[in-house]
Design a protein around this ligand. Structure first.
Ligand code: 26V
Length: 817
């Protein structure tokens, strides 16, 4: 066993060295004696890639020859981050690569750092898709992830004068050694135009505009390199020729306009999350990638199996939220209009093939498109949606549904100016619909999908999210991984439930000490990063209290800031008190148009500036806002966190997956009874997690009926003082009214129950501090967190999907012997 705890790599060191040098000379065109770290990154990636391609071909051959069923994971987002360390780790090649590069005068960590962080996603939904891709490969579940090859992923966040600024992230500017352009795999995607009836009664759509989708493939390597799947991303190319006449007569813009419009489809990721997009370009993106992916799978199915009636036996298509839901109508169009299938048969095939995951109940994020836009952009798809709806409502009426039930179950929302409800379309077009935590699934049944659940009972099922432990423990935290495998053996790498073997060590003082020591290393590393990026010095011995995620009111960063201010006030009042030194660390991006979220970022930065300059609290409190949160930064922060903030208003965080990453790495959670926090608390035990606040059974009706924030503030001196300090300009002396509106809005309408939960949060934060003052108790709880969260491996989640939704075998990750 080498340090990756995996079998020896296939190649010896000399062969790998030769391969890297050959790539350096013939592919990179560099000279080894003058090569830059980026040249080494390219050469070593290309060398590793050859071995991956061999395994990729074997996997693809196996699927083709066995005729095994494949999963198509349709997602508008894949937040994959860097790929090299993941690929090397799964191939068991990390230490070998380190050695060989060292021999060539290059440093592996520096080489890793050259890779851009691929941010083709906004947050949880996109990262989940990336974890699932890795787990499917690790479990040898044949899968293709379908998405869009955005030229610009999520924006890079700058903090200027404490405020978020967005600049484009150009992840492809220096080329991407992981992707293969498939110039032979292209599909034409139509928009607009009109529909006519053909001589054989078939409908014929004559689009007004045609955009070509070109495939780019990225290999996804599974654990121990045994299986390699494909991430296929579509890029848009214009089909209409350059209008040379216009160009030559000087109208350069006019000559290019059509091409620019077509290619805009894959230009940039929508930077929203749970905030309405509404734009036509977003619908064009959705249809573009759904249609290209479905045409691709039909072509492949016909090639391998010849007959479309067996489609659901060979493919399962998972709709990652409603973003690809238009695919339900598009598959009908392809089967009925293009391939001449009978409507009823096509509908049954579609339903047996599709399944749909819902990721949020936030009303703003429930997609719906104006009927008028659909009619203009996708006229044939709109007709099909009407047909689907007519049959769906007819069946419901026949089963005795009332008018009000029918109106709520209809695909068309007639109350907000006629819109197509995409969640409803995905729901009725799928054989299974799942939520992402037990609470969330329960709320789906009782709220947004209550009527559809009555019309289609038994369709909704729960699949609690998970995370890939390879990235979030083995790679992100190699020292902790080593401690774990030294203590309970390497089998845990293949069977995460074996983490439970750590339980007997939780009370062991020696083990606790080793656990704390490796964490100190991670904290020193983070302290270096914080200093480098913000200039703030933090003490690695302080309690690192961390909240990193998208900035959104429901996630309640404001509650955390209010606690920060209350703590600051208390420390200033009693500087000699028995305080636990704390670092409050925030990171996250706000949607560019979400003004209140951006103001909350500014507040965090303003509070940081004042607190960090105040000599009274110098050794007690530091506040840090780390700019440009992304996957790579998360990998550096999570192993260093002591306290994980998971403090959403109960009922609003569908699951959360950051919560799992922190607990796995031994942080204690302070959280509400929301999303997967509930299931985490059931597994780690209520003594090892800090739960506070109203639960969903209280919070949901309270939000609906309204809540008096002023009364809550009147009842809490600490809250009153914190709000007063913020509103009166203590943190913005150059503009004292900067946060007056924010505080007034909170008092007038506390939609997210910040004031309602404040006192409970403050009390619980005091319990956190007192546990920290008893290190043996703290570290015991920390170890028990790591030990008890094996269930949150995305391998478990994928096995559940495979068994209950996709009906495909999921191979064992356990190696023989
Ligand atoms: C909505 C929109 C609308 C505007 C355009 C861009 C855009 C992008 C994404 C979304 C929906 C975001 C939904 C989401 O990320 N949900 C998160 O999913 C995680 C994985 O299931 C889950 O852990 C989080 O709790 C949930 O917030």
């Amino acid at each position: 066993m080498n340090q990756d705890c995996t079998p020896a790599p296939a190649q010896d060191d000399a062969a790998l060295r030769d391969a890297i040098l050959s790539k350096m000379i013939y592919d990179v065109g560099g000279r080894e004696e003058r090569a830059s770290p980026r040249d080494w990154f390219l050469a070593s990636t290309l060398a590793a890639r050859d071995g991956i391609v061999d395994r990729w071909r074997r996997s693809n051959n196996e699927v083709a020859s066995s005729g095994r069923k494949q999963v198509c994971y349709l997602s508008l987002e894949f937040l994959i981050g860097r790929l090299l360390s993941d690929a090397l780790g799964n191939l068991g090649m990390t230490e070998q690569m380190r050695r060989v590069l060292h021999g060539l005068g290059a440093d592996l960590e520096e080489v890793f750092a050259q890779e851009p962080d691929a941010a083709l996603g906004n947050g949880g939904l996109g990262r989940l898709a990336a974890c699932f891709m890795e787990s499917m490969a690790s479990l040898s579940v044949p899968a293709i992830g379908y998405g869009i090859r955005y030229e610009n992923g999520l924006f890079r966040q700058l903090i200027r004068d404490g405020q978020q600024q967005e600049v484009p992230e150009d992840w492809l500017s220096l080329g991407n050694p992981w992707e293969f352009e498939r110039s032979g795999i292209t599909y034409d995607i139509g928009f607009g135009g009109h529909v006519t009836v053909g001589p054989d009664e078939r409908m014929i759509w004559q689009p007004g505009e045609v955009v070509r989708a070109i495939a780019y493939d990225i290999p996804v390597v599974g654990w121990r390199g045994r299986w390699v799947n494909t991430l296929r991303l579509w890029s848009a190319r214009a089909t209409d020729p350059l209008r040379l006449d216009a160009f030559n007569s000087g109208d350069h813009v006019g000559a290019l306009a059509g091409r620019v419009k077509a290619e805009a489809i894959s230009r940039v990721l929508y930077p929203g999350d749970e905030s309405p997009a509404g734009q036509e370009l977003r619908l064009r993106q959705e249809y573009f990638f759904a249609s290209a992916s479905l045409q691709d799978l039909i072509r492949r199915h016909l090639r391998l199996h010849g007959d479309l009636s067996t489609l659901p036996e060979k493919y399962s298509v998972q709709l990652n939220d409603t973003h690809p839901a238009i695919g339900v109508a598009e598959l009908m169009r392809l089967l009925v209009d293009v391939h001449g299938m009978d409507w009823d048969e096509a509908w049954e095939i579609g339903r047996a093939t599709f399944s749909y995951t819902n990721h949020t109940l936030m009303p703003e994020a429930l997609e719906s498109w104006p009927v008028s836009l659909m009619e203009r952009l996708l006229p044939r798809n709109m007709q099909i949606i009407y047909m689907i709806n007519a049959r769906h409502l007819e069946a419901a009426r026949a089963a005795g549904a009332s008018d009000s039930l029918l109106s709520a179950a209809s695909l068309i929302d007639e109350h907000h100016g006629r819109r197509v409800r995409m969640g409803h379309l995905a729901f009725i077009g799928s054989h299974k619909v799942n939520g992402v935590s037990a609470l969330h699934t329960g709320l789906m049944k009782s709220t947004v999908f209550a009527e559809l659940d009555r019309v289609c009972p038994g369709r909704i099922t729960n699949k609690t999210n998970g995370i890939t432990f390879r990235r979030w423990l083995l790679r992100a935290n190699a020292p902790l991984t080593r401690l774990i495998t030294d203590t309970i053996g390497p089998r845990v790498l293949d069977d995460p439930e074996r983490l439970a073997d750590l339980i007997p060590h939780a009370r062991d003082a020696g083990f606790q000490e080793s656990f704390a020591r490796q964490r100190l290393e991670a904290k020193q590393n983070l302290a270096r990063i914080v200093h480098l990026r913000t200039g703030v010095q933090i003490d690695p011995h302080a309690l690192f209290d961390v909240q990193i995620k998208r900035i959104h009111e429901y996630k309640r960063q404001l509650l955390n800031i209010l606690h920060t201010v209350a703590l600051y006030n208390a420390m200033r009042a009693q500087p000699m008190g028995n305080w636990v030194p704390r670092v409050k660390l925030f990171a996250g991006k706000a949607a560019p148009s979400y003004h209140r979220a951006k103001l909350i970022i500014r507040l965090a930065n303003d509070v940081a500036r004042v607190v960090n300059r105040d000599p009274t609290v110098r050794n007690l409190l530091k506040v840090v806002f780390l700019p440009n949160y992304n996957v790579t930064l998360a990998e550096n922060i999570i192993p260093a966190a002591d306290l994980s903030e998971q403090i959403s208003t109960a009922g609003l965080e569908a699951s959360g997956t950051g919560n799992m990453k922190f607990a796995l790495n031994g942080a204690l959670t302070i959280g509400t009874m929301d999303g997967a926090n509930i299931e985490i608390s059931e597994r780690v035990g209520l003594e090892n997690i800090f739960i506070f606040g109203l639960d969903a059974s209280v919070a949901v009706p309270l939000r609906r009926d309204g809540f008096d924030a002023r009364a809550a503030v009147a009842a809490s001196d600490e809250l009153d003082a914190a709000l007063d300090a913020i509103a009166s300009g203590v943190f913005s002396p150059e503009e004292p009214d900067r946060y007056k509106g924010l505080v007034e809005a909170l008092l007038a309408r506390d939609d997210f129950l910040v004031t309602a939960d404040f006192d409970s949060y403050l009390r619980t934060q005091r319990q956190v501090a007192s546990r920290w003052q008893h290190p043996a108790d703290w570290w015991r709880s920390a170890v028990l967190n790591t030990a008890n969260v094996g269930w949150f491996s995305s391998d478990r989640t994928i096995r559940d999907y495979a068994e209950e939704i996709w009906r495909v075998p999921a191979g064992l990750a356990t190696p023989p012997g």
